[in-house]
Design a protein around this ligand. Structure first.
Ligand SMILES: *Cc1c(COP(=O)(O)O)cnc(C)c1O
Length: 355
């Protein structure tokens, strides 16, 4: 047996949402965008295919300047990665090593513990409140001399709950100024909560804040892998040092630029998903499920011990959702037809239960 780091024994393998084995299955397990790529994005990527024998530009100057303008920051404050998961990895690697603590709410995004342990650091998971939100007071209490970086996921994956600007602002004022607070806004485009925390505003106010954005969800580019951080210049420079060289392909950069050119068209799709979310939530409540308010492109059913049974029933009906055994099921908002299938399957489960 070759030498391997024993810390990896405690890494839970990242579980990809179930993949459909037949065409009669709807996949609502990975928070993917149900719409196919825009024609304009496809055309831009097709043109870029002519150059895949070349390495991409690591600085991604055009996209960087475009995003910097959009966010009202300097290009030096923007760092791209192969998905925001890669940028989150860079943030942890730049901030925390052996003996340092990486804090986040739990349950939250399942990549956080993997990234923390991968960096040799110690994950610190602070349980959500009963209403599925970050327990910011408990997170403050859990801060130690070892705390190096804190993730705040808003809206939270998988519960869809948001935090208000006032709450997150008050939280940051209680975090030591040498601890980096990362606000992960992977689902920001679906968030219609008027009171919600705005990461970029907090970044402008507090030098120890960084913000994570992705093109995977609202922009529908999950398969091309591109996301970015907004961070202070010194932090951003360190993120570039620990990044995998050439990880962000020219295809991804091109698709991101073409998507920014198509914001109006994408915005309509996002609006459609948001109204489907309202419809699905309402219907689930009418069926009698305990479903909270989600501001993301998924809904969350807190099912406790019934989780595995209900997930099995969904799978039998050809609906693949994301189950967290003993906790609940996250169901992505898909096409109206896919949502109809999910709702019908869940209605069937309820009927069986009352029989
Ligand atoms: C999906 C998701 C991401 C984005 O992942 P990519 O690597 O950009 O595809 C980041 N954070 C959270 C909380 C997510 O759910």
């Amino acid at each position: 047996m070759v030498k391997q780091r024993s810390a990896l024994d405690s890494i839970p393998a990242y579980k990809q949402g179930a993949m459909p084995s037949t065409s009669d299955v709807v996949k609502l397990s990975s928070n993917e965008n149900p719409f196919p790529p825009l024609a304009s994005v496809r055309a831009a990527v097709a043109e870029e295919l002519e150059r895949i024998h070349l390495y991409p530009s690591m600085a991604a100057p055009e996209l960087t300047s475009r995003v910097a303008t959009l966010q009202g920051v300097e290009p030096e404050n923007i760092v791209f990665g192969a998905g925001s998961v890669e940028v989150a990895t860079q943030l942890v690697q730049a901030s925390a090593g052996q003996g340092d603590e990486v804090m986040f709410a739990w349950r939250s995004f399942e990549a956080y513990p993997i990234i923390a342990i991968g960096a040799g650091a110690t994950p610190v998971q602070v349980p959500l409140t009963a209403d599925e939100r970050h327990d910011l007071d408990a997170m403050v209490d859990a801060i130690t001399d070892r705390t190096a970086i804190i993730f705040v996921c808003n809206p939270n994956n998988p519960t869809g709950a948001t935090l208000t600007h006032a709450e997150v602002r008050a939280f940051i004022t209680r975090v030591p100024s040498d601890v980096l607070v990362v606000i992960d806004e992977a689902y920001e485009h679906f968030n219609r909560d008027a009171e919600t925390a705005i990461g970029i505003d907090l970044y402008r106010e507090f030098p120890n804040v960084a913000v994570l954005h992705t093109f995977s969800k609202a922009y529908g580019l999950a398969g091309l892998r591109i996301g970015y951080a907004v961070a202070q210049a010194d932090v951003a420079a360190n993120l570039r040092k620990v990044s995998v060289p050439f990880a962000v392909s020219a295809l991804a950069q091109t698709a991101a630029l073409a998507s920014l050119d198509a914001e109006a068209e994408l915005g309509e799709r996002i609006d459609d998903i948001v109204s489907e979310r309202a419809r699905v939530t309402e219907e689930l409540r009418a069926q009698g499920w305990n479903v909270g308010e989600s501001q993301a492109n998924f809904v969350w059913l807190r099912l406790g011990d019934d989780t595995e049974l209900i997930d099995a029933a969904l799978t039998r009906s050809g609906v693949l959702a994301r189950a967290f055994p003993g906790e609940g099921i996250r169901i992505t908002i898909g096409s109206p037809e896919a949502n109809r299938r999910a709702l019908a399957a869940l209605a069937g489960v309820r009927q069986e239960a009352t029989r």
